[in-house]
Design a protein around this ligand. Structure first.
Ligand SMILES: O=C(CO)[C@@H](O)[C@H](O)COP(=O)(O)O
Ligand SMILES: [Fe+2]
Length: 223
């Protein structure tokens, strides 16, 4: 896997041609697929569930599927996504009654586990579960919709999260989600992110390879 991971969010893909869209974006150089699950309860939008994840696997997708759960309660969905072929499952700490248990359920199912932090959610939820976390995802927009603008304060939070992860000694990826594009990806990487979710910036363009190549060129200037 690349040092920097580009994870297109299929929220901005054409759902009527989802299998083809995923194939195309992977062929264009994406590393993994970001899969946004919204329940119209934890967030004010409704998207896709485990059946769609399973369908992508059946279609032949072998890349990692990074499932971002924006649902409450969380635990009921974890088993279904493990069974559906998820590779990484992340959830928001406010949406789980028992964060340690939810993380353990994901790990027991053989998936990588992660916590997602909304722009105003403090990082302290991490402190006692660092050993169970493979991914820290910082939201750089309020969750619920694609196509929003990157909240600049996320850069400081990324620096804080990077320091915390490095000090922990654990192998934890730092992902950022919301308003990421070829224009700001280098600055975001310099703040400490290594995994980049981008929905509208990729699927909003005709040529996915061109955007992903530009993102990689920008990232190459960072390291
Ligand atoms: O989780 C979410 C939104 O809640 C994201 O994954 C969005 O889908 C990102 O879309 P862009 O901001 O990149 O358009
Ligand atoms: Fe997401």
């Amino acid at each position: 896997m690349n040092d920097f991971i580009i994870a297109p969010s299929i929220l901005s893909a054409d759902f009527a041609r989802l299998g083809e869209e995923v194939d195309n974006v992977l062929k264009a150089g994406a590393d993994i697929i970001h899969f946004d699950v919204m329940d119209n309860h934890y967030v004010p939008n409704l998207t896709i569930g485990p059946m769609v994840c399973k369908a992508l696997r059946k279609h032949g997708v072998t890349a990692e599927i990074d499932v971002h759960l924006m649902v409450k309660p969380v635990d009921r969905m974890i088993g279904d996504f493990i069974e559906a072929g998820a590779s990484i499952i992340t959830f928001h700490p406010e949406a789980s009654e028992h964060i340690d248990r939810s993380l353990q359920m994901i790990k027991d199912g053989g998936c990588k586990a992660g916590l997602v932090f909304n722009p105003a959610t403090p990082l302290h939820y991490l402190k006692h579960v660092l050993d169970k976390v493979d991914m820290v995802l910082l939201m750089s927009v309020n969750p619920g919709f694609g196509g929003q603008s990157f909240i600049p304060g996320t850069l400081d939070k990324l620096r804080e999260a990077r320091a915390l992860i490095d000090a922990s000694g654990y192998d934890i990826r730092l992902e950022v989600d919301g308003g990421v594009s070829e224009k700001n990806i280098a600055e975001i990487a310099r703040a400490g992110a290594d995994t980049f979710v981008a929905g509208s910036a990729i699927f909003g363009k005709e040529d996915y390879k061109d955007v992903i190549d530009t993102m990689r060129k920008e990232l190459a200037s960072v390291r």
